[in-house]
Design a protein around this ligand. Structure first.
Ligand SMILES: Nc1ncnc2c1ncn2[C@@H]1O[C@H](COP(=O)(O)OP(=O)(O)OP(=O)(O)O)[C@@H](O)[C@H]1O
Length: 204
């Protein structure tokens, strides 16, 4: 499955941030989104994941083919680690959480309630959720925040396995993830400054 993004424009808070975004992402490939703070990486990922409408352009793959993981880990605080994963597996119609527990070093934490996890452990659980979605395209926003070096390596391994299985990953990150991948600096797509709901004197 190839993700093709064509002439996409997206806005945040009524202000266009990126326009004319073009790229493709094939199965087996990762693409790292680069660019300075505030340029619009999160906005682009949210738009691709279907959390907000695009201003213009097209995306060849529906949001249902994507698993989105953002700053908030989306965890159920009172459920245990294993219960969280089983919950998401049911939501996504998959079964089996062992690979997710093992892949993110969560086996010993399986019975701990999510609200008792450390920040890095919560992030590991949020990322382990990707493995139970069964979705081919991972859309990840700063996935390594709060992770120690060992956990960043676990994450890199999980991405590599996903790519080896024919999946794809689009990752906004400021750090070196320990694997080589194509990079796209979205600064090239910065939108011209204007507001969408600009005051129109003709109707005043
Ligand atoms: N609710 C909002 N209303 C107005 N502007 C917003 C809103 N949310 C975000 N923005 C602005 O939209 C722009 C794009 O933000 P976005 O979070 O997409 O950037 P980013 O590239 O992901 O940044 P970072 O690297 O810091 O995570 C920023 O200038 C930000 O201040």
């Amino acid at each position: 499955m190839e993700l093709a993004v064509s002439d996409l424009a997206c806005a945040r808070g009524g202000v266009p941030v990126l326009e004319g975004v073009n790229f493709t992402l094939a199965g087996g490939e990762a693409l790292l989104l680069r660019g300075p703070n505030g340029i619009g990486k999160t906005t682009l990922l949210r738009t691709l994941a279907g959390l907000q409408p695009a201003l213009a352009g097209s995306v060849s793959v529906p949001p249902e083919a994507m698993a989105y993981a953002a700053h908030a880990d989306g965890l159920k605080a009172t459920l245990s680690v294993a219960e969280n994963l089983r919950f998401w597996a049911r939501i996504f119609g998959t079964s089996g959480i062992d690979a997710a527990l093992e892949g993110f070093n969560l086996v010993e934490l399986a019975d701990r309630q999510a609200h008792n996890l450390s920040a890095g452990q919560k992030r590991r659980l949020g990322l382990a959720r990707l493995l139970v979605t069964g979705r081919p395209i991972w859309v990840l926003d700063e996935p390594t925040v709060s992770l120690d070096l060992a956990s960043v390596a676990l994450f890199g391994d999980a991405v590599r396995r996903h790519l080896d299985g024919g999946g794809a990953a689009l990752i906004a990150t400021h750090i070196d993830l320990g694997f080589t991948a194509r990079e796209l600096d979205v600064t090239a797509f910065r939108a011209a400054p204007r507001r969408l709901d600009a005051f129109d004197e003709a109707f005043a």
